[in-house]
Design a protein around this ligand. Structure first.
Ligand code: ADP
Ligand code: MG
Length: 361
């Protein structure tokens, strides 16, 4: 039996539509906005927690279907998808990063696993989905973000603050913009933390949905101090599938657990290689390790990225693969990982699981 066309009934009909990540219906999640009925036409908005929603189109289709199936004599149904990224821990961010809603560390135990490549592509992927995104190159000893984002300028000062440089829709700050890389390598721990704090307090970030940090590889004292000096909403750990990298990824995971930063998930980079000539797949660094490690650690597995020459070329030429080859399968994989990561942040937020570390400045 269909129900008459009233706002209350339309709202009620939408209760069968569930957000698969948040495991709740879109009505109780308070996602339905601007519900109006004109004659037989129904229009409403669904306000998601991120523009980078992995199931945006499915939710829209399900909402239309739900109303069509349950409401009597309904004509046109128009559903607009919007988003309002929630701030994960506003009170913690107030002093240091007032306009920044979420901060995410991209970490790895081991160097050379593609952490910077992943950080750059995730940042650009979120921006392509319509989010406002910043990227801090916190890898003071090996800043590669300027090259990977194709930025050669120096940031300008506005009053007391540095203006981040923008590339591919992402606001970027790197020590590489300011000092010669050979100078930074002799810095000691406290200087590294000091520089990072300045990247937060002395840079005009404006309003950001997501600020990503490309952390230096490792899990030693410097890293512990670093992660404690950033008010982090969450962290992702990048690994290759081989044992030696996974062992270090586990250490990175343990470090975040220790400082009470939610691990949003593991990303397996260099998962496999497909020969462009013959199409044969080669598991250069073994396979499935990232997924197994994630399961053991009780963290989500966000996905794998294969070895693909244009990903390396994109890094060297400052045009990340998600913009240089937007339709490539590898770009789609990265964009799905970015959306899954954003969804994990929303889950953390909704479940009240976000407890950023206490910041000592
Ligand atoms: N999936 C991939 N396919 C091809 N090359 C990659 C991939 N991921 C990273 N690379 C390349 O591997 C090298 C190391 O990556 P990088 O992001 O600098 O690692 P890290 O930041 O962990 O030290 C770079 O030359 C990069 O372009
Ligand atoms: Mg790097």
């Amino acid at each position: 039996m269909k129900k008459p066309l009233t706002s209350a009934n339309v709202l009620d009909s939408l209760r069968i539509v569930k957000d698969p990540d948040l495991h709740r219906d879109i009505v109780s999640l308070n996602f339905i906005k601007d519900l109006t009925i004109r004659g037989t036409a129904v229009s409403l908005s669904i306000e998601l927690t991120t523009p980078a929603c992995p199931v945006r189109d499915e939710l829209k289709a399900q909402a239309v279907q739900a109303v069509r199936d349950q409401i009597e004599g309904v004509g046109e149904i128009s559903v607009t998808m919007t988003s309002n990224v929630r701030a994960s821990a506003p009170s913690q961010h107030v002093n240091l990063l007032p306009g920044v809603k979420n901060t995410i560390a991209v970490a790895s135990g081991k160097g050379g696993v593609g952490k910077s490549t992943v950080a750059v592509n995730l940042a650009v992927a979120l921006a392509l989905d319509g989010a406002t995104v910043g990227l801090i190159d916190a890898d003071i000893y090996g800043p590669s973000i300027p090259l990977m984002m194709g930025i050669n300028e120096r940031p300008q000062l506005a009053g007391q603050k540095l203006i981040p440089l923008t590339a591919h829709g992402v606001r970027v700050m790197s020590i590489g913009f300011l000092v010669d890389a050979s100078q930074a390598v002799i810095w000691r721990g406290p200087m590294v933390s000091g520089a990072l704090k300045q990247f937060m307090s002395d840079v005009e970030w404006g309003k950001l949905d997501y600020l990503l940090f490309d952390l230096p590889p490792g899990t030693g004292d410097i890293h512990l101090t670093l992660v404690q000096s950033i008010p982090l909403s969450g962290a992702v750990v990048v690994t290759t599938p081989q044992d030696i990298s996974l062992a270090d990824a586990r250490k990175a995971h343990a470090m975040f657990v220790k400082v009470n930063v939610p691990v949003l998930g593991l990303i397996e980079n260099m998962s496999y290689y497909v020969c462009p000539q013959c199409g044969r797949r080669e598991d250069i660094f073994a396979t499935g390790g990232g997924q197994k490690a994630a399961a053991q650690l009780g963290s989500p597995y966000l996905g794998g990225i294969p070895i693909y020459t244009p990903i390396r070329v994109g890094g060297d030429t400052g045009r990340p693969i998600v913009v240089s080859e937007p339709d490539a399968e590898q770009s789609r994989m990265i964009r799905t990982i970015a959306r899954t990561m954003a969804a994990q942040l929303s889950i953390q937020y909704m479940s009240g699981g976000l407890k950023p570390p206490t910041i000592e400045i």
